[in-house]
Design a protein around this ligand. Structure first.
Ligand code: ST9
Ligand code: ZN
Length: 344
């Protein structure tokens, strides 16, 4: 049928992406063994585009362009400020919640903080906490292999958004089933979030951010929907995805040259502190995801504030000497500055 042939031709365009994947076979520098790489160019045969997602994400991006236009032409300033605040707050739900707390357990949070984090994470609409953390643990353990949900070896587009537009590689699901996720399901907040995910996301990501500007400062429905909701959602998603795409491609490797993730300050600025990705993949348990504490790192400032309030505790960090030793051993400047460490 017509639909089938369109699907096939579009799939063949997208199939140019996993070609990159085959190169992994020869990548002797890859830190992870070839264990997860299949001997045949399998990813080509199994790439299956999910057209529902392609259409929804295409619409979201077009609507966001209209949202930017409205931001500069007719939206009230209160709406624009609210949009920026919602981006930062929901982004913090991703970084301090799904990422640093639930995926990595890099600190502990008391119940009220966990509920708050789950709430602001839901505004970002990035799957339920369990699914986000499961994919992220698989991403760290099998980074840049077929089992990595957003394997950056498949190119910028795949790592950024393409992975959400097609069925997962079977290795992702196979290896994902071996990951210990018992701590996640032991948390009632995570269970509640998973159980009521759809109504929660509709309320927190779409309904509330559209109603607040309309009821609090008489914004129009159209401005509210396209600016505070659709543009804000799309912008936050792209800031998140840049960590997977840009921060796996451009930047420096002061801690480990054997891995792909890099230090990218621009990404860190947009991702409220999550662009120091060479550091993060080297020391994934560090709650600051960076050597530099709160520098360019709103999320670390937030967690520190929560700790000061007694709502967060047990913040884990890599020590100065561990970082220095690791830089010397595997960092890209290891040959250049050995004296600084030896003497100091
Ligand atoms: C989004 C997430 O955008 C973004 C995450 C980014 C991560 C970034 C990390 C970087 C560091 C942190 C930086 C933060 C910076 C933040 C800055 C903020 C300013 N293991 O999924 P299905 C099972 S979401 C084990 O349907 P398909 C699964 O349980 C955007 N098992 O796969 C199921 O089994 P069963 C909004 C797994 O069919 C079965 O497999 N959300 C695993 O291949 C099928 O699962 C969307 O748009 C695993 N890892 O479909 C939704 N995975 O049936 C998009 C799956 O028994 N997702 N399983 O329950 C989808 O539509 C689909 O998942 C799909 C794949 C089409 C992508
Ligand atoms: Zn991580």
């Amino acid at each position: 049928s017509n639909l089938e042939s369109t699907e096939k031709s579009a799939a063949s365009i997208l199939q140019t992406i996993p070609d990159e994947c085959d190169k992994v076979e020869d990548d002797k520098d890859s830190p992870v063994s070839n264990e997860t790489q299949s001997p045949q160019p399998e990813s080509k045969d199994i790439m299956q585009v999910v057209w529902r997602n392609v259409i929804l994400f295409a619409y979201l991006h077009l609507a966001s362009i209209y949202g930017v236009y409205l931001m500069f032409t007719s939206a009230m300033w209160q709406t624009n400020v609210f949009t920026i605040i919602m981006y930062l707050v929901s982004g913090m739900g991703v970084t301090a919640g799904a990422h640093r707390l639930w995926s990595h357990r890099s600190y502990k949070a008391r119940l009220p903080l966990r509920i708050f984090l789950a709430f602001i994470f839901t505004i970002a609409f990035e799957n339920d906490i369990f699914e986000w953390a499961r994919d992220h643990r698989v991403h760290h353990k099998y980074s840049e292999t077929d089992a990595d949900p957003h394997n950056a070896k498949r190119g910028f587009f795949f790592a950024h958004i393409g992975w959400l537009l097609c069925r997962k590689h079977p290795e992702v699901i196979k290896k994902g089933k071996k990951i210990d996720l018992s701590d996640l399901m032991a948390d009632p907040v995570v269970r509640f979030h998973r159980k009521y995910y759809i109504p929660l996301v509709i309320t927190c990501c779409f309904v509330l951010p559209t109603l607040v500007p309309m009821y609090l400062w008489n914004e129009t429905f159209v401005n509210s929907l396209f600016v505070a909701t659709l543009f804000r959602f799309c912008f936050t998603l792209n800031q998140t995805w840049l960590v997977n795409s840009a921060a796996h491609m451009w930047g420096t490797k002061p801690y480990d040259t054997n891995i792909n993730p890099r230090e990218n300050t621009l990404v860190a600025l947009g991702a409220v502190g999550e662009g120091f990705h060479n550091y993060h993949h080297t020391f994934p348990y560090d709650y600051a995801t960076s050597e530099y504490g709160i520098k360019y790192n709103l999320t670390t400032l937030f967690i520190d504030t929560m700790a000061w309030l007694g709502l967060a505790y047990d913040r884990k960090t890599a020590t100065r000497s561990m970082i220095a030793a690791r830089k010397l051993r595997t960092g890209e400047n290891k040959a250049e500055k050995p004296t600084a460490f030896v003497n100091g």
